[in-house]
Design a protein around this ligand. Structure first.
Ligand code: CTP
Length: 397
């Protein structure tokens, strides 16, 4: 996919800029051509010489460089590439993009371009979580700017959290996807995945055995077909796939909010094993064995996220797919669940312990649609995901 593609790489001013040198090498290994644009702040972290040597191309730095204007105007430069990648996208650069500023070469190119734009944000965790940055991110998403990362982890500033720039293979996967022409290109699909954790007190919670493997595989398969995937995941055992927008949640109520926040989707797949109940009288501090008897937990019902989306009056996704985890009377229970919740399809699976499906690598599913029940042979969760993604593509593309 990357062969013969032309990437305009805007290198922003953050410590993660050093990863861009490797990014340029890997892109060229894949056969892509890279034209680097180095911001003034970016040049504090990588030198024009190293970028130029690795890209084997001229580096653009200054808006008012007359030589550049003679060779290639900034408007032309902004449109010559197949894709513009901003890495690292600092909080300042994101704010300027969201505000439509054009006070240097990088921001002018970003405002003048008619090509797709992908950003790889990188910043301190507090800066990333700041409402202003999150607001700017939403604005950029509404403007069709894609983003990859940031990841969670140790940061150069000594803090821990979300804000590390995505790793080079993840950025390559996102670039590949942004340039792909799969059947779901331009479609937005929401996927929920993993278990939810419902707190009993700050240290204890109620959970289930879902590993998140099936939902993760579905998100990846949809993304491989070119979809823009928003992946809302509870605390899963497996990491989210690269190239998707990840929203991490703990509880069912948080998952509902995240789903509401996600912009309008063309299709939605609810693979999460959502807890049906939460503890109403969860302790604010650790519940102690203080001799006054056993704790009495009171339960409240969790919102049914699948039913809420299926029954949306406005902006309901064209296709809503639910899962049904059953231990007996699979088809009858799953068909009744489809009717009750109002979704279009149900992927039903038998999760009796003897099947080893929950937490395992294989799945045996029956797809329930308005046309009836279709049982698929037992296969790997990746294969189930690929088949389901193909069917979704046929239904909405
Ligand atoms: N689901 C949901 N929100 C909930 C419960 C379930 O979105 N609060 C979704 C799941 O993601 C799945 C489908 O509903 O797509 C069915 O989940 P399942 O646990 O099989 O069904 P329940 O609604 O919990 O029904 P029951 O426990 O009676 O089988």
């Amino acid at each position: 996919m990357l062969a013969k593609k032309h990437i305009l790489l805007i290198v922003g001013g953050g410590i993660a800029a050093f990863k861009c040198l490797d990014l340029v090498r890997r892109l060229r290994e894949h056969g892509a051509r890279v034209t680097p644009v180095l911001t003034t702040a970016g040049s504090q972290f990588v030198t024009p010489l190293s970028l130029s040597a690795l890209s084997a191309a001229k580096i653009y730095q200054d808006l008012f460089d007359l030589t550049d204007e003679a060779e290639m105007g900034h408007i032309e430069l902004s449109r010559a590439a197949d894709l513009i990648v901003v890495a690292p996208a600092t909080a300042d650069l994101m704010a300027k993009m969201a505000g439509g500023h054009a006070d240097d070469l990088a921001t002018t190119l970003l405002l003048a371009t008619d090509k797709p734009v992908l950003i790889a944000p990188a910043m301190n965790v507090r800066m990333w979580e700041h409402p202003a940055t999150q607001r700017n991110l939403k604005t950029l998403q509404a403007d069709d700017v894609r983003h990859v990362g940031p990841n969670e982890g140790d940061m150069a500033c000594g803090e821990y959290g979300s804000g590390r720039m995505a790793e080079v293979p993840e950025i390559i996967a996102a670039i590949d996807k942004a340039l792909s022409d799969g059947p779901l290109k331009g479609k937005h699909v929401l996927v929920t995945s993993g278990p939810t954790h419902e707190p009993i007190d700050p240290v204890r919670y109620i959970a289930n055995r879902s590993s998140g493997a099936q939902g993760t595989a579905i998100a990846k398969a949809l993304s491989d077909l070119g979809a823009d995937v928003t992946f809302v995941t509870g605390p899963a055992d497996v990491p989210p796939p690269p190239g998707v927008r990840v929203i991490k949640v703990q509880t069912a109520r948080e998952m509902l909010n995240a789903v509401k926040d996600a912009s309008r989707a063309d299709a939605a797949v609810f693979a999460a094993a959502v807890a049906d109940w939460h503890v109403i009288n969860a302790g604010e501090s650790k519940i102690k064995k203080d001799g006054s008897g056993l704790p009495k937990l009171e339960f409240g019902e969790n919102p049914d996220i699948l039913a809420a989306v299926s029954q949306m009056k406005k902006a309901r996704p064209e296709l809503v797919v639910g899962f049904a985890a059953e231990t007996d009377d699979l088809i009858a229970h799953a068909t009744a669940k489809r009717d009750r919740k109002g979704c279009d399809w149900i992927v039903a699976n038998d999760v009796s312990p003897a099947t080893g499906i929950m937490g395992g690598t294989e799945n045996a599913v029956t797809l329930i649609t308005p046309d009836g029940a279709e049982s698929w042979p037992r296969m790997g969760k990746d294969q189930v995901a690929a088949l389901l993604a193909k069917r979704i593509a046929e239904a909405i593309a």
